[in-house]
Design a protein around this ligand. Structure first.
Ligand code: 5GP
Length: 191
């Protein structure tokens, strides 16, 4: 998605530890026009699919998932991050390592919101090592629902999450797939 790649080049900030900050347009201040274009693009990439729900993870996935859901006309369910271990019987849970915070979270989704007949599209802002998507996919499988695909706004293609998930047979659509990034040389992208 050229609009997004251009914006990353213009406003993205490369930080230590392979972290890309896109706080000025994607996940702190939000450019709502760009969000709309992102939602439309996901709709067009998954137009061949029957989707009943969008699943994401708090916090930065929620806004993107909501705009996207308007184009599919389906509800959004977001996994909550819980640090407590006393998880009730009414939730599906999965343990996820956080790339940005370098800690472990149990992510939980109430059982009432994911049903075996659901066809799920996972949406998230970033794909790095793939732990978030793996955790969400695990929750989809615990519910007995079907995972239709995964829509990612920015994939850091130099980390191995995307390749590993594709090898497992997941359909991943990334709107910008970064090949390399550095503070002085800027960005290159996969086609
Ligand atoms: P993964 O689980 O694939 O290793 O990392 C994906 C999650 O970590 C995303 O939900 C995202 O919030 C966060 N993340 C990973 N890499 C970056 C990054 O470079 N910048 C930002 N802002 N978030 C990231």
């Amino acid at each position: 998605m050229q609009l997004l790649k251009d914006r990353i080049c213009k406003d993205g900030k490369v930080k230590a530890g392979n972290v890309l900050k896109v706080d000025s347009f994607l996940n702190h201040q939000i450019d709502i026009n760009l969000y709309q274009e992102i939602g439309k693009e996901f709709k067009s990439r998954f137009s061949d699919c029957d989707i009943t729900k969008i699943l994401t993870i708090e916090a930065s996935g929620i806004g993107i998932a909501c705009i996207t859901a308007q184009y599919f006309n389906v509800p959004v369910v977001f996994a909550k991050k819980s640090r407590t271990l006393n998880i009730s019987n009414d939730v599906y849970s999965s343990r996820v390592h956080s790339f940005t915070h370098n800690n472990e979270n149990d992510i939980i989704v109430s059982k009432e919101f994911l049903l075996p007949e659901d066809k799920i599209l996972i949406i998230d802002d970033f794909l790095a090592n793939g732990c978030s998507v793996e955790g969400l996919a695990h929750i989809v499988s615990l519910a007995g629902a079907s995972l239709v695909g995964v829509g990612i706004v920015i994939e850091k293609g130099f980390q191995d999450g995307g390749d590993n998930l594709r090898k497992k047979g997941m359909r991943i659509e990334s709107l910008a797939r970064i090949k390399s990034m550095s503070e002085d040389k800027g960005f290159t992208f996969y086609p």
